[in-house]
Design a protein around this ligand. Sequence first.
Ligand SMILES: NC(=O)c1ccc[n+]([C@@H]2O[C@H](COP(=O)([O-])OP(=O)(O)OC[C@H]3O[C@@H](n4cnc5c(N)ncnc54)[C@H](OP(=O)(O)O)[C@@H]3O)[C@@H](O)[C@H]2O)c1
Length: 225
Amino acid sequence: MKTIIVTGAGSGLGKELSLLFSQQGYHVLLTGRSVGKLSAVKEEIEKAGGVADYVVLNVQKDADILNRVNEIRMNHKVVGLVNNAGVGHFGPFFKITQQEIIEMLNTNVLGTILMTKAVLPLLQEQGEGLLINIISTAGLRGKVNEAVYAASKFAVRGFTESLQKEYENSPINIKAVYMGGMDTPFWEGSNHIEDASRFRSAKEVAKMIIEQIDQDEIIIESKKS
Ligand SMILES: NC(=O)c1ccc[n+]([C@@H]2O[C@H](COP(=O)([O-])OP(=O)(O)OC[C@H]3O[C@@H](n4cnc5c(N)ncnc54)[C@H](OP(=O)(O)O)[C@@H]3O)[C@@H](O)[C@H]2O)c1
């Protein structure tokens, strides 16, 4: 079976994309930091007739990435990677702490780049590959109280657009996905958004991504409230 690795697969968009990929016949390798969340998603996929496994992998830790991806390489035919894991801290720039800045840049930027660097050779070995980078409309334009989050997403945009050019004539398909707000656990504990329930659900966004997967750049704006 062909394997797709999804980061941050325990909740929100990562979970919904994992469910959809499993319904398309892929073996989904769910990754994230919380065993409880990952095992619940694995169970849900299996109940629906799909095949999934999970691997605990913190994208902020380069040793974790190298070790886990090496283990995955031994046991699976990896043809896809969805760089979805991400965190956001919002508010006036002067109030964002150094720790929050480091967490956003390490997870959103370095996590995406190092995962890609580790997994691309596996895709090349298989002679085919799908790389999906989950960005945000904060990677298309700056927003008030989102300075560092937007900086992290602009970085992933630059990374993705450059790789698209570098791999243009190769069997590796690289997609950049820019979406507006989604109603997910991402907003738990944040007062940046008044009412996340007016956003699209992660299920709806995941479906829209799969429907537009032939495009290199997928833009899904927020629903107008
Ligand atoms: N929600 C929105 O409005 C929105 C809008 C545009 C773009 N996005 C982007 O969409 C992506 C998915 O977010 P979501 O809305 O689905 O939020 P979510 O439910 O919070 O999902 C993010 C996932 O990332 C995982 N994660 C966080 N840090 C990690 C790390 N260091 N290593 C591995 N996994 C990590 C989390 O699981 P653990 O904590 O268990 O590891 C979580 O399952 C993110 O990149 C986010 O920036 C979200």
